[in-house]
Design a binder for this molecule. Sequence first.
Ligand code: ACO
Length: 331
Amino acid sequence: MNTLLESVRAKAKNAYKHIVLAEGEEERIIRAAGIIAEEKIAKVTLIGNKDVIFEKCPNVNLSGVTVFDPAKNDLSKYSELLYELRKAKGMNREDADKLVLNPLYLGVLMVKSKEADGMVAGAVNATGDVLRPALQIIKTAPGINTVSSCFIMVLPEGNKYGENGVLVFGDCAVNPNPTAEQLVDIAVASAASAKNIAGLSPKVAMLSFSTMGSAKHELVDKVVQAVEIAHKTAPDLELDGELQLDAAIVVTVAALKAPASKVAGHANVLIFPDLQAGNIGYKLVQRFADAEAVGPICQGFNQPVNDLSRGCSAEDVVNVVAMTALQALGK
Ligand code: ACO
């Protein structure tokens, strides 16, 4: 395990938050719950049937784990909460009664009602299905209108880019075509994740195919506009752009292309102009540079909810739970 993840787990132990795992009957989730309980990384609740869970993983010690079986509990308070939150959007009581049986909705409602500090799912459900209940129920944090995501990219030892080879990339998983305002939300939230989870001092580059006016195009205009908005609305954030990737991270290129910028050449938070660039970009670095891509970490929610990759291992689940616990600090 890399030192970043070791430190995230250690910080999570101190926080000891309560995280609900909606896909409680999935084997990797059950094994992760056993590790989380044994290492006291968080208090954990599995949503599912106790017999199914214990039969699936008879050798996992689940003595410190709570199991919440929707079939054996009264869900009316969750259904009532869901109805109240969504009636203005056309939800009726019958819809709410049905939806609370979906563990992804139930888990989010447990977080909304402050019975848990965060939810993690996505080992067997698609990103959209995990995020939609949280977008509808938990909503965004004050001052943020856009939920987004980032990856913490950990480059092989000795790599000179970012802060000791660690960078944060956003948004690589949620918003297909963000507006300038949404790019600012992504930048602010990614900087917070860089600081709170990766322990970086954020230096944010708003990426484009142009550096400081070198190219003219409406796609570039969007990034320029985002930089202008960010300088006004988040004046304390070290952020600059528009920058090409090389000008953002290579000191010698920055000296030629953006000599007046304090961020250029030293950026450790890279904000991509859209999801195609962000998703392709993180995978390029992950594969070609043999980097570890930690995430996606969802950011901007009022209370933390995180999506797992469907290819995740039990250890990945433990790491995402630990990051979710850190996001819950101060909520
Ligand atoms: N931030 C804040 N609120 C949002 C956002 C957002 N980014 N997106 C949607 N919402 C809100 C809507 O305003 C709406 O609120 P309301 O119902 O209270 O009015 C609610 O969430 C639901 O909105 P929908 O439009 O119904 O949600 P949608 O079906 O568009 O789903 C989603 C949103 C899941 C984020 C969608 O944009 C999506 O699928 N994104 C791409 C995900 C993806 O496939 N990523 C790539 C794979 S991941 C990887 O490779 C690591």
